[in-house]
Design a protein around this ligand. Structure first.
Ligand SMILES: [Cu+2]
Length: 234
């Protein structure tokens, strides 16, 4: 996990995350990224200056202490840039309907989800095409994150609190702090294939490799109960 900041603590603007532009830029001094999360930022530099982008020790078990990531050396002459627009993209909130399906994914270690190790021949979840669902990630242990293929989601809350402003856009990967419940509003796509699953998993490589991963398929609405939960494994 990176906690990104410039050595001189200059502020910068976050304009986009995993799923594209934010609704409006968010000015910060630091930005946390767990494996798989992305951010686009805009930083102001003066001609000729040198600045180091660092990752600071955030004190959590998936951080890596203080270290330098990138030294930026601004050219002796720079062309001026326009200001960052105050509105970036019209972001339609992902709003689960009344009675939306709620699925819970429990993390009790680092080699399984809902006590099941990844099995490429098993479909764990069957989702109707176009659904908006609430996915709850219940972490009973140390820090993890959670990545879902195919979808865009918005973070509803982390331990009952709203996410940082820069993490309110469309995302596909979320930090799941130790002993917390993270709730997501998840928008699924419309392409259906009951035999070609997508994955969801912790994006810490060591954890996903140990089996901290599951699979879902997207199917024609109304056919969920007819779907074969076992796949031929080649
Ligand atoms: Cu993990």
């Amino acid at each position: 996990m990176y906690t990104l900041a410039f050595a001189d603590k200059r502020r910068f603007q976050v304009i986009g995350t995993d799923g594209g532009l934010l609704h409006a830029p968010v000015e910060v001094e630091q930005l946390a990224l767990t494996p798989g999360e992305r951010a686009e930022i805009v930083v102001t530099f003066a001609a000729g200056e040198q600045v180091v982008l660092r990752s600071a020790d955030n004190g959590v078990d998936i951080g890596s202490g203080d270290f330098d990531l990138l030294k930026i050396i601004a050219a002796p002459r720079l062309k001026p840039s326009p200001a960052v627009p105050s509105r970036l993209a019209p972001l339609t909130p992902i709003t689960p309907p009344q009675g939306a399906t709620v699925r819970r994914f429990t993390l009790n270690g680092h080699d399984a989800i809902n006590s099941k190790e990844m099995d490429i021949g098993r479909i764990d979840e069957v989702v109707p095409a176009g659904a908006v669902e609430i996915w709850e990630i219940e972490n009973n242990v140390y820090n993890h994150n959670f990545h879902i293929h195919e979808v865009a989601f918005q973070i509803l809350d982390v331990g009952g609190e709203p996410p940082p402003a820069y993490a309110t856009g469309y995302k596909d990967t979320v930090y799941v702090p130790a002993k917390s419940l993270v709730r997501l509003a998840v928008q699924f796509g419309r392409f259906t294939d009951p035999a070609a699953p997508y994955m969801y998993h912790c994006h810490i490589l060591r954890h996903e490799d140990l089996g901290m991963m599951g699979q879902f398929v997207i199917v024609e609405p109304g056919t969920e109960s007819q779907i074969n939960r076992t796949l031929p494994v080649h």
